[in-house]
Design a protein around this ligand. Structure first.
Ligand code: MF3
Ligand code: CO
Length: 249
């Protein structure tokens, strides 16, 4: 198979898919409040994505039972929305993917529920910063290790750890395409990025240990030590200049 290179026409469609994902996440972010159940966020996403003319991509993927992933506090990724009630001070990662005209968009944000601690705020800002540092390193001709190390350096130099057991990924007609896009690594290593590649970069950053565990539902990934974790993701296109973020409004 190898890494697929998208035409300008493909990327134009991916821009539309990305816009749907960004619109849904923006709406979810405004709805997050103490006292609500995470499954209410799932319903909002399910309704909104259809209204925007797209199809949710997570539901049914390897048997995943919901439209979004909602990962709270020490949950890193793949939290299944349900009856859990959000409370003031929680942080929640909202991950959403959609298919528009045959192409995928995938993105995630982490937001606070009501007033959160300065520690939680700093974790969220650092993880967002790590994603931005990764995106800023994307250029035609650089290697994936250059992106990975930029993300790792950004987070670790601020005292955090980056999750190693889950990675970003190529994306296109499939949600997960080659290559894997790790959040740790060495500059100068790995595949060379070329114009027309589309990848999802998604740092997962922990306050404590980088190691993870999977919950009894076989999906939800949490920090091994119970420390807080945050997650941000964008789908981007490699161009001759700066990366184009496809999942931005
Ligand atoms: N955005 C995630 C990823 O990049 C979530 C997909 S897992 C699913 O892999 F099962 F929920 F679809
Ligand atoms: Co992803």
């Amino acid at each position: 198979m190898g890494i697929s290179i998208k035409s300008d026409a493909d990327i134009a469609v991916m821009r539309q898919a990305g816009r749907v994902v960004a619109t849904v996440l923006d709406m979810l972010k405004l709805q997050v409040k103490p006292g609500m159940k995470t499954k209410e966020l799932d319903s909002i996403a399910a309704k909104e994505v259809v209204r925007l003319g797209a199809t949710p991509s997570f539901k049914g993927y390897r048997g995943y039972p919901a439209n979004i992933c909602a990962s709270v506090n020490d949950e890193i990724v793949h939290g299944i929305p349900g009856d859990r009630v959000l409370k003031e001070g929680d942080i929640i990662s909202l991950d959403f993917g959609a298919i528009f005209d045959g192409f995928q968009g995938d993105a995630a944000i982490t937001v606070g529920v009501g007033k959160i601690t300065p520690e939680a705020r700093k974790l969220i800002e650092t993880t967002d910063g790590a994603l931005r540092a990764g995106i800023a390193a994307v250029r035609h001709g650089v290697r994936l290790g250059d992106i990975a190390s930029a993300i790792q350096e950004y987070a670790e130099s601020r005292g955090y750890s980056v999750v190693r057991e889950y990675t970003g990924h190529g994306i296109g007609r499939e949600m997960h395409e080659e290559p894997l896009v790790p959040n740790f690594g060495e500059p100068g290593r790995g595949p060379i990025l070329q114009k027309g590649m589309t990848i999802a970069i998604e740092p997962m950053v922990n306050v404590g240990d980088w190691r993870t565990k999977v919950g009894a539902n076989r999906w939800t990934v949490s920090t091994i030590d119970g420390s807080l974790s945050a997650h941000f993701e964008h789908t981007i296109a490699v161009t001759n200049g700066a990366a184009e973020v496809l999942t931005a409004l």
